[in-house]
Ligand binder design. Structure first.
Ligand SMILES: Cc1ncc(COP(=O)(O)O)c(C=O)c1O
Length: 368
């Protein structure tokens, strides 16, 4: 037994489980659909921007990310003081939690949602309060309001929600925020914003403009395809932004990541074509599954949620049989990222096999 004195409250924190990786090397046939990544390789202009910085990484990056701040500030017409950067939006969420909440404070979020939320809350010494999703796998905003206590400091709203893909309407979210006491920070995590085609979708930055207690978390990992470079940002009230910078990991966003993000913003039209292609694939897959009798929650993200309950573990193996790695959440369901055609076709084949083998968690009208 080690004598090292560690924080005992961390015993309750599970280690982050990364989506399974495809085996490396020649002959690898598995397609990785387990981490909601962008399947396309980096754009040439983005790679060039990164290559243009390769002679300077002996120096620390600029913490304030000046070029990136200017580009985002112009894009959103938001003051530079409202931007905070982090090593992915996961670090942004961590900053938001640690800037607002410590021991004895509560952080509220829907569950199931992004797996890192409870871990980050516990790591900050605060208490996670998980409010179950509705039977439709969506945020239960009334139940979340009812769960607010005098100890609540922060509310995380994931729209679209990971892993269910469900969304919240603009009126619904505005009404929710207007009923949250104004000393509580509401974070709208829009990691999958670009994939959300819901007509009446709320726009996080507009909520930030309208409500003094709203912050938005954005990432370059998903639609922009920079998951491996780690860059995300918050648009937050200036006072909160300043507090977030105090708890940020110093120099957390590398110069390479900053350059890639600036170049990605400049290449938005090209990236949009890829997002459109992924959305078209999503529609194709959802259409085929619906035709086959599946009744899945409506997704507005780059992934599908199969709430298979007790059939989940066996179903994950069936997907692997068909050459795709998906993300299973034991006893609840599995999440499959929408990728390029081949991976999506394999998902359809695996789903058909689930029907044949009766592993549908009661989610389909289809007969084997
Ligand atoms: C809802 C949500 N928020 C934030 C993140 C964090 O992404 P990153 O740290 O790569 O920006 C993820 C990643 O999967 C996510 O699903």
């Amino acid at each position: 037994m080690s004598e090292l004195r560690l924080r005992t409250d961390l015993d309750a924190v599970p280690e982050y489980r990364q989506g399974k990786g495809a085996p490396a090397g020649e002959g690898a046939v598995m397609i990785k659909l387990s981490s909601n990544e962008n399947p396309y390789p980096p754009l040439a202009s983005v790679s060039q921007a990164v290559a243009g910085r390769l002679d300077r990484f002996n120096r620390y990056p600029e913490t304030a990310a000046p070029e990136l701040t200017t580009a985002l500030s112009e894009r959103f017409s938001v003051d530079a003081a409202n931007f905070v950067f982090g090593a992915g939006s996961v670090e942004i969420i961590s900053q938001l939690i640690r800037a607002t909440s410590g021991e004895g404070d509560e952080v509220l979020f829907a569950w199931r949602s992004f797996e890192a939320y409870p871990m980050l809350v516990r790591a900050a010494g605060a208490t996670p309060v998980e409010v179950p999703l509705t039977t439709e796998h969506a945020h239960d905003l009334d139940a979340m309001l009812a769960a607010i206590t005098p100890r609540t400091r922060l509310i995380l709203v994931c729209n679209p929600n990971n892993p269910t893909g469900t969304t919240i309407g603009a009126d619904e979210l505005k009404s929710f925020i207007s009923r949250v006491p104004s000393h509580i920070v509401v974070v709208v995590d829009e990691a999958y914003l670009h994939f959300n085609r819901r007509q009446d979708s709320p726009v996080g930055v507009e909520l930030f403009r309208r409500f003094p207690n709203v912050a938005v978390a954005h990432t370059f990992s998903k639609a922009y395809g920079l998951a491996g470079l780690r860059v995300g940002y918050a648009i937050a009230p200036a006072h909160l932004a300043a507090a977030m910078r105090k708890v940020a990991v110093p120099f957390g966003v590398t110069g390479l990541a900053q350059a890639a993000a600036v170049a990605s913003l400049a290449a938005e039209a090209e990236l949009q074509e890829r997002v459109d292609a992924l959305i078209a694939e999503r529609e194709r897959v959802v259409g085929a599954l619906t035709l086959a009798g599946w009744r899945l929650p409506e997704t507005q993200a780059n992934f599908l949620w199969f709430p298979l309950g007790g059939d989940t573990a066996a179903a994950v193996e069936v997907f692997e049989e068909f050459g795709v790695l998906v993300r299973g959440f034991g006893g609840e369901g599995l999440r499959a990222t929408i990728a390029e055609t081949e991976g999506n076709d394999r998902v359809l084949l695996a789903a058909a096999a689930l029907v044949e083998r009766g592993l549908t968690g009661g989610l389909t009208d289809a007969q084997a």
